[in-house]
Structure formats: C-alpha cells, structure tokens
Design a protein around this ligand. Structure first.
Ligand code: ADP
Ligand code: MG
Length: 506
C-alpha cells in the first residue's frame, strides 16, 4: 500500500456558516479524482485549504509527509508540488504566453531575463501533456479554452505532485473540454495526482478514476471503482434526483411570432457584442442560444431587455416595436427577463424580498402613485410558497438569501405572472443546485406550454437540448448555425453545435 499523493481532513466555519465539517479526501498518485457536490457543498473551500489559500479551523494534511496546517500557505503548497488552475483565467492578456509563464519565476541569463528559455520551458511543459502551443501568442488573442490549456501547462510544469482544477469547464465548448481532459489524463498517466472539482456528472464519467462527494461540508461517499452517475447524483443531493427536464409541446406551424429580433446590432462596451442577429420566436416555442461566453450573447440579451441600446435593427414583443421602449413598457407588453447578473439587474440586494417583488410587479400592486402593501404581502407570500424560496420571509433582505434562493425569487417574480408573452432567460440555472434547476426548467417548460415565447441563453448544451425546440449558436456576434426538430434529437447534435461554437464548420 503506497502512501496517497494527498490526504486531507478539515473543518472550517465562516461566521454561522459551516463550510467544512471534518470533510475528508484522499487522492492516489496517477489518478484523476473527481470532487463532486452541489453548490455550497464546500468543494472550493477544501481545495483552497490544500493549496494554502484558506485557513482550516482544524484538520490534517499530508502531502507525502505530514504538513503543519498552522504554517501552511501557498508557498508551502507549491514547494510540495501542488498547483491549482482557477476557473477564471489568471493570465495577463497583454503579455505573451511565454512571458505569462515566466512571471515571478523569470529565468535569468547574464543578469537578464532569458525570454527564449521561458518559451522553451513552456513549450516543453505543454508537449509533456500532449499539447502544442505558440509561446509568442498574446494571451488576450486566444480563446478561453486555449488560455486555459496554456495555464494548465504552466501550472503543471511546477506541480509535480497534485494538480487541482476547480470547475475548469464552465466556460468551455465541448471540444475544448475534451482537449483539457486529454491534458489532465496525460498528467495523471505521468504519475501525478489530479483533483477535478465539478458538479457535471458527464465529466466525471468521462475522465475520473475515483470520485468523492461532499454534501454540506461533509464527505458522504467515495468510490475508487465503477460507479454510476445516478449513484453520484443521489449522494450529492441526499435523495432521489429530480426527473429530467422535458420539452414543451411543439407549437403549431402558424403560431404568431411573440418575440422578434430583426437584424440587431448591440456592441459591447469594449467592442464585440452582437453584430447582426435575426431571431424570431413563436408563441409556445423555446429557442436556445448556445455559444462560448463572450460571443455577443450578453449584449444581445441586454438590448432585448431594454437595458442597453439597440445600435441597429429592431425588437418587437407581441408584434409591437419596442426597440426604443423602456424596460417598464416592455414589461407591460408581457416581456419577462431572468437576467444573467442577478446582483446588477435582478434584485435590489439591500431591499426586502417583498419590495423586490413589488418593484417588478407594479402593474399588479400599484394603486395610482402608491403601492398597495397588502397586495404586495399577499403576492409575495404566495410566490415564496409556490417556488420554494427559503426562508419564506417577505421581510428578509434579498441579499441575505443564498444564490440559489435569489434565483428562485427572480424566476418566481418574472415567470409566475399574468399576461406573460415572451421570456428572456439568461443562464437561469447557473449557480443553482439540482433541485432548484429542475424547478426552473419545469417553469420554463410550463410557461411555453401556456403560450409564451421563450428565448433561453445558456452555456450548458444538455440544458438546451432538453428544453428547446430549436437551438442557434452565437459566434463572434452572429448566428453561426441552427438545429431544430430531428436534427436536434440526433446523436450528433452536441458535436455539431460544439463545432459551431468554436467557429468550425461541422
Ligand atoms: N469567504 C467566505 N465567507 C463566507 N462564507 C463563505 C466563504 N467561502 C465560502 N463560504 C461558504 O461556505 C460554503 C461552502 O462554499 P464553497 O466551498 O465555495 O462551496 P462549493 O465550492 O462546493 O460550491 C458556502 O455556504 C459558502 O457560502
Ligand atoms: Mg466552488
């Protein structure tokens, strides 16, 4: 029995929140170990303890030998061969890959920074993981996936014992996920240990040798042999997983167009954005917009919602032109918006739950210039109960709710209201646990079945394939492809959408 590459056991509280309650993880050399759990389970905190970014209140750590956690920090972790790749790239966009790799560890020759040596070292590190890269490319010119693979090569060059990847695939197209996992596999085959933090079970099945599940800060299961996705899901949520999402009935061919986007250009603050998008969504239809983040989806959504100007083209809701209309006017016509950024556009964090409901539903609770407080209270209580928002307290500050409950509140306010004609939902289940995701999916399906047009912008192809009648791909601000009906149900649908996402023609 050889010693594990890493063994940890840790407890950590943040105020009243118990992030880790004696959570334990053991990872063998030469294996890819998936660390799974719902949002808030403690995965990132545990990995930050190992990497020395977070203090443990109590615990033990072994990295080949026993480590004194009281003296543990990033420098100590790195010295023991631990490296961590972050979800949000850490590269400096204006520097080349070689210069990025050298930052803080510049090779020196004759008293000067030896750029050629830095480039050679990086190319060699990438090659050991089966990856070719251009050391002279500017980081900012690369796709998110290319940047991440470069960063992985840089971290792996120093991390000989343990490589930690915390939800690395959230921003990647399927092909880029495959490329990343090929590197991860190569690292483990070279004798290193990998912890892959994820809550995506298809990724676990694809790449992991061993699996550990955290729930509410505790280790609830660990497998070193074959395990099914269903078993992992049950451990993650502590019960039966919700049934998979279903599609709303296909709308009639002559259903009216409820949301029309005609030749819309909506530039971003620093260029990019939507260039020329035409997309018509019929009443009862669910249309998905797939794409790697940063290809204009955000700008398109803000323009449709009325939160950013439309530079060219037109938007109509229920046949009424709203291109220059206010957010309130669009709402009155039956447009609902589940925004990408619930802090900026979804909720007023400092206001109560009831006031947040009132703000979005003035048509129902306004009495002339006043607000009918009794009507607000009744509506809020009913929405909180129907959508399982916890705590079900209208007086609670919205910002005090967990991310998942904030999202349930936004969905309740936006999608549970009379006169709904068109829905714009942007990453509606991001950061939301499995049970809450299932509710949001069911709600989107139900409003479509009741006749609303739904435009669903999401990064998760599984979500889009499950819910949509039609999926378009956005790439560099324009629509690169579209699948509907049988083509969307075909086994190659993921691959075709994935190819469009990275600008290839399938
Ligand atoms: N710096 C912090 N301050 C307060 N609470 C935190 C902090 N970091 C994490 N938490 C809380 O600890 C719990 C575990 O968080 P985290 O480790 O990020 O979970 P996961 O990565 O599994 O989603 C969550 O409830 C989170 O809100
Ligand atoms: Mg995390």
């Amino acid at each position: 029995m050889t010693a594990p590459a890493m063994r940890v056991r840790a407890s950590r509280r943040f105020g009243d929140c118990v992030a880790l309650a004696d959570a334990a993880l053991e990872v063998a050399a030469g294996t890819v170990h998936a660390l799974c759990g719902e949002n808030g389970a403690g995965k990132s905190t545990l990995m930050r303890v190992v990497y020395g970014l977070e203090r443990a209140d109590r615990g033990e750590l072994e990295l080949g030998e026993r480590i004194d956690l009281a003296r543990h920090g990033v420098a100590q972790a790195q010295a023991r061969g631990v490296g961590m790749v972050h979800q949000h790239g850490m590269l400096v966009p204006t520097l080349t890959l070689a210069d990025n790799a050298a930052l803080g560890h510049e090779p020196v020759r004759g008293g000067r920074y030896d750029r050629a040596a830095a480039a050679r070292a990086l190319v060699a590190a990438a090659a050991r993981l089966g990856q070719r890269l251009d050391p002279d490319a500017l980081a900012g010119d690369l796709t998110v996936g290319e940047q991440q693979r470069a960063e992985l090569a840089m971290v792996a060059a120093r991390a000989t014992r343990l490589l930690i990847l915390d939800e690395p695939t959230a921003l990647l197209a399927p092909r880029e996920v495959d490329a990343l996992f090929a590197m991860v596999r190569a690292f483990a085959d070279g004798g290193g240990a990998v912890v892959l933090v994820t809550h995506k079970l298809d990724e676990v099945m694809a790449v992991a040798d061993e699996v550990t599940v955290l729930r509410a800060g505790r280790t609830v299961a660990s497998w070193s042999a074959e395990v099914t996705a269903a078993e992992i899901a049950r451990a993650m949520i502590g019960g039966e997983p919700p049934p998979p999402a279903t599609r709303a009935p296909t709308p009639a061919a002559d259903a009216a167009i409820a949301l029309a986007i005609e030749g819309v250009a909506a530039p971003g603050p620093r260029g990019g954005g939507a260039v020329d998008v035409t997309l018509r969504v019929a009443a009862g239809e669910v249309v998905g917009v797939a794409g790697v983040e940063g290809n204009g989806q955000r700008e398109l959504a803000l323009a449709v919602a009325g939160l950013a100007p439309v530079a060219r083209g037109a938007v109509a809701v229920g046949g009424v032109d709203v291109t220059r209309a206010t957010v309130a006017a669009r709402r009155a016509l039956g447009l609902a918006h589940v925004p990408e950024d619930r802090h900026l556009h979804g909720l007023v964090q400092g206001a109560s739950v009831a006031d947040n409901v009132a703000l979005g539903r003035l048509a129902e609770v306004g009495r002339g210039p006043l607000i009918d407080r009794a009507a607000v209270a009744t509506l809020t209580t009913q929405l909180l109960a129907a959508h399982d928002v916890r705590p079900a307290d209208p007086a609670a500050r919205a910002g005090a709710l967990s991310g998942g409950n904030q999202q349930k509140l936004v969905v309740a306010r936006e999608l549970d209201r009379p006169g709904l004609r068109a829905v714009l939902a942007v990453h509606p289940t991001r950061g939301v646990d499995l049970a809450a995701s299932a509710r949001i999916h069911a709600r989107l399906r139900d409003v479509a079945a009741a006749g609303a047009a739904v435009l669903l912008i999401a990064a998760d192809l599984d979500e889009l394939l499950a819910l949509c009648h039609r999926v378009v791909v956005m790439h560099r601000g324009a629509l690169a492809g579209e699948l509907a009906g049988a083509a969307l149900a075909a086994p190659d649908a993921r691959a075709r959408l994935g190819a469009w996402m990275v600008g290839a023609t399938p």
